[in-house]
Design a protein around this ligand. Structure first.
Ligand SMILES: NC(=O)C1=CN([C@@H]2O[C@H](COP(=O)(O)OP(=O)(O)OC[C@H]3O[C@@H](n4cnc5c(N)ncnc54)[C@H](O)[C@@H]3O)[C@@H](O)[C@H]2O)C=CC1
Ligand SMILES: CC(=O)C(=O)O
Ligand SMILES: [Mg+2]
Length: 532
C-alpha cells in the first residue's frame, strides 16, 4: 500500500507520518519501569513490525541486548508461563516420542531453516531447571544471530524440548505451560534425543543445531554422542570455551606485561566445574599449546574447584567431566575454602563459572591483587544476580589493576577519577560468527579447529584504540563486522578439516570471501515506515 493510501486509511492518526517510528519505539520502551516490562514490549514490537524491531536492536545494541539477553532474559524465562503472549518457537515434548518428525514438519518453511537453538530448559543461565519456560533463551540467542551476524530471521528456529521438570513449583502452578512430570531417566531421554536428532536432519536438511543450557551431564553426553554425526555444537561448552580463550589471549598479554613474565607462566584457577567451567578449561589448553607447551604441560597450569573444593584425583565418586583436570600433585587435607586454594595455587587468573553470587569476596579479590600486578578476574556466571563479583567492587579492591570480564554486562565505571570499561566474556560474541561460518560453508560438522580459530579471530579483532583502552574484547557495537571476520576464520578452518560442503569459497581470497560474507548479512528494511 502506498503512503498516501495508508494515510487515507481512517484508522491511522492523521499526523502519524510526520513522526519518527524509531523515536516513538525508544520513548515507549524507556517509559517502562522494569526490565521484564521492556522485554514484553519488545516482544510485541517484534510481532507487529519485525523489521523495525531488528533495526532498533541493531542500532541500540548496548541498551537492548541486556533486555533480550542476559540479564533480563533470565526474568523472562523464570516468568514465561505468566508473560506468554503468542507462539514464537517450537515445542517438542516427551509425549511426541515416536512421531517427532511430524511435529517438526509443522514448522513453516522447513527447507529454509538454517539455525536452531535447542534447549531442554534444564539449566537456564544459572537459574536451574525452568522446564518449558526455557524457550526465551533460544529466542534471545537467535535474536543475537540475526542482529550480530546478519542471519535472516525466517531461517531461525527456536526450540524448547519439554521433557518435564524437576522443579516442583511449576507442577503446582496453574499457568505453567509445560508437562507436569519429572524429567525422564537417561534411557528414556537418550531414546528421545536420538529420534529428535534424526528427525531434525530429515526435516531440516541444511540446519545447524546449537545445544543450549542443558544440565551439565547431558550437555557433555549429547555433545559427545552427536558431534561427529550431525551438524551441531554446544554453546555452553564450546561457545563459552571459545569466547573465554579469546578474552584470555588479550588479558594474559596485559597481565604478563605488567608482571614481566612469559605468557606460559599463567596459572589459571576455575571456580565452578560444570559444563561451562570444564568447557572453558579444555579450550584454555589451547592458550598454552599455542605458545608451544604440550597438552600435559598445559593441563598442569590449570586447577579446578567445585562446591567441595579443589578437585583432586583421589576424591571418591568424581564425575567423569571433572577427571581430566583433577590434580594428582596435591597431597594434604582437602582444600575446601577458595581462599586456601588461592594461597596454594597462587593463580594469575581466577575464572568464575559457579553461579555463586559474590563468591569473589573482598578478601579473595585483595588476595588476587596481592599476588599479581594485574590479576585477571573473570566472574562469568549469569545472570548478574549470580555474578561472582561486581565490576565496581573488583576495581575498588584491586585499586584499578584488575583485568575484568563478566558474563553479564556492567556499565563503564569511574574509579579514582579514571574511566574503566568492563569486558563482557559472553558466548554471544562468538556463536553468531561460528553459526554464520558453518552455515555459509555448509560444514557438515563443527570441528575443534573451527571453534579455536573463531577465538583467535575474535581476539585479533580489536582495533588499536581498543587495545590502547586496555580492552580484552572488542566493543559490542562492532559485532556485525566482527562476526563476519569470525565467520571467515571458521570457513577457512572448515576447509582445512575438509568438512565444508560448499567448495566454491576455496578459490576466493580472504578479502573477496570477507566481502561475500558481509554482502550475505541480512539487513532489516523499514523504508515502508515514516521517518523525519
Ligand atoms: N559467560 C558465559 O558466556 C557463560 C556463562 N555461563 C554461566 O556459567 C554458570 C555455570 O554453568 P554450568 O557450568 O552449566 O552449571 P553447573 O551447575 O553445571 O556448574 C556449576 C559449578 O559450580 C560449582 N559450584 C556451585 N556452588 C559452588 C560453591 N559454593 N563453591 C564452589 N563451586 C561451586 C558446582 O560444583 C559446579 O561445578 C551459569 O551461571 C551460566 O550462566 C554458562 C555458559 C556461558
Ligand atoms: C551465556 C550462556 O550461554 C549461559 O549463561 O548459559
Ligand atoms: Mg547458555
Amino acid at each position: 500500500m502506498s503512503l498516501a493510501a495508508l494515510h487515507n486509511a481512517s484508522r491511522l492518526p492523521p499526523y502519524l507520518f510526520t513522526t519518527d517510528h524509531r523515536q516513538r519505539v525508544l520513548t515507549q520502551l524507556r517509559s517502562k519501569a522494569t526490565g521484564l516490562e521492556k522485554y514484553i514490549y519488545l516482544n510485541g514490537l517484534k510481532d507487529r513490525e519485525p523489521n523495525l524491531f531488528y533495526e532498533i536492536l541493531i542500532g541500540n545494541l548496548l541498551e537492548i541486548v541486556p533486555i533480550l539477553y542476559t540479564p533480563t532474559v533470565g526474568d523472562a524465562c523464570s516468568n514465561y508461563s505468566h508473560i506468554w503472549r503468542r507462539p514464537e518457537g517450537l515445542y517438542v515434548t516427551i509425549e511426541n516420542k515416536g512421531h517427532i518428525k511430524e511435529v517438526l514438519r509443522s514448522w513453516p518453511a522447513a527447507q529454509a531453516s538454517r539455525i536452531a537453538v535447542v534447549t531442554d530448559g534444564s539449566r537456564i543461565l544459572g537459574l536451574g531447571d525452568l522446564g518449558a519456560n526455557g524457550l526465551p533463551i533460544s529466542i534471545g540467542k537467535l535474536d543475537l544471530y540475526i542482529a550480530g551476524a546478519g542471519i535472516k530471521p525466517t531461517t531461525t528456529l527456536p526450540i524448547c524440548l519439554d521433557l518435564g521438570t524437576n522443579t516442583q513449583k511449576f507442577h503446582e502452578d496453574p499457568l505453567y505451560l509445560g508437562i507436569r512430570r519429572k524429567r525422564p531417566d537417561t534411557e528414556e531421554m537418550d531414546e528421545f534425543m536420538h529420534e529428535f536428532m534424526e528427525a531434525m536432519r530429515e526435516v531440516f536438511p541444511q540446519l545447524l543445531v546449537q545445544f543450549e543450557d542443558f544440565s551439565t551431564d547431558n550437555a557433555f553426553r549429547y555433545l559427545d554422542l552427536f558431534r561427529n554425526q550431525y551438524r551441531c555444537f554446544n554453546d555452553d561448552i564450546q561457545g563459552t570455551g571459545s569466547v573465554v580463550l579469546s578474552g584470555f589471549l588479550n588479558a594474559a598479554r596485559l597481565s604478563a606485561a605488567a608482571a614481566g613474565t612469559p605468557l606460559t607462566e599463567q596459572r589459571i584457577l576455575f571456580f565452578g566445574a560444570g559444563s561451562a567451567g570444564i568447557g572453558v578449561a579444555k579450550q584454555l589448553l589451547s592458550f598454552f599449546t599455542l605458545q608451544g607447551l604440550s597438552v600435559e604441560e598445559a593441563r598442569d597450569r590449570i586447577w579446578t574447584v567445585d562446591s567441595k573444593g579443589l578437585i583432586t584425583a583421589d576424591r571418591k565418586g568424581l564425575q567423569e567431566h571433572k577427571k581430566f583436570f583433577a590434580r594428582t600433585d596435591y597431597q594434604g587435607p582437602p582444600l575446601t575454602k577458595l581462599e586456601d586454594v588461592i594461597k596454594y595455587v597462587k593463580p594469575t587468573a581466577l575464572l568464575g563459572l559457579s553461579t555463586v553470587r559474590n563468591a569473589f569476596s573482598e578478601e579473595i579479590v585483595r588476595l588476587m591483587a596481592s599476588l599479581n600486578a594485574r590479576p585477571i578476574i573473570f566472574p562469568l556466571s549469569n545472570p548478574v544476580s549470580l555474578c561472582e563479583v561486581d565490576f565496581e567492587d573488583a576495581l575498588k579492591w584491586t585499586n584499578g589493576s584488575v583485568i575484568f570480564a563478566s558474563g553479564s554486562p556492567y556499565k563503564v565505571t569511574e574509579f579514582n577519577g579514571k574511566r574503566y570499561e568492563p569486558g563482557q566474556g559472553n558466548n554471544m560474541y562468538i556463536f553468531p560468527g561460528i553459526g554464520l561460518g558453518t552455515i555459509l560453508s555448509k560444514a557438515n560438522h563443527v570441528t575443534d579447529s573451527m571453534v579455536e580459530q573463531a577465538a583467535i579471530a575474535l581476539a585479533s579483532s580489536l582495533t588499536a584504540e581498543e587495545h590502547a583502552a586496555g580492552l580484552v574484547y572488542p566493543r559490542l557495537v562492532r559485532i556485525r563486522d566482527i562476526s563476519a571476520q569470525i565467520a571467515l576464520a571458521v570457513i577457512r578452518a572448515a576447509q582445512k578439516d575438509n568438512v565444508d560442503e560448499n567448495s566454491l569459497f576455496r578459490n576466493l581470497s580472504d578479502d573477496a570471501l570477507l566481502e561475500y560474507i558481509r554482502a550475505k548479512q541480512w539487513q532489516p528494511t523499514t523504508s515502508h515506515l515514516p521517518r523525519l
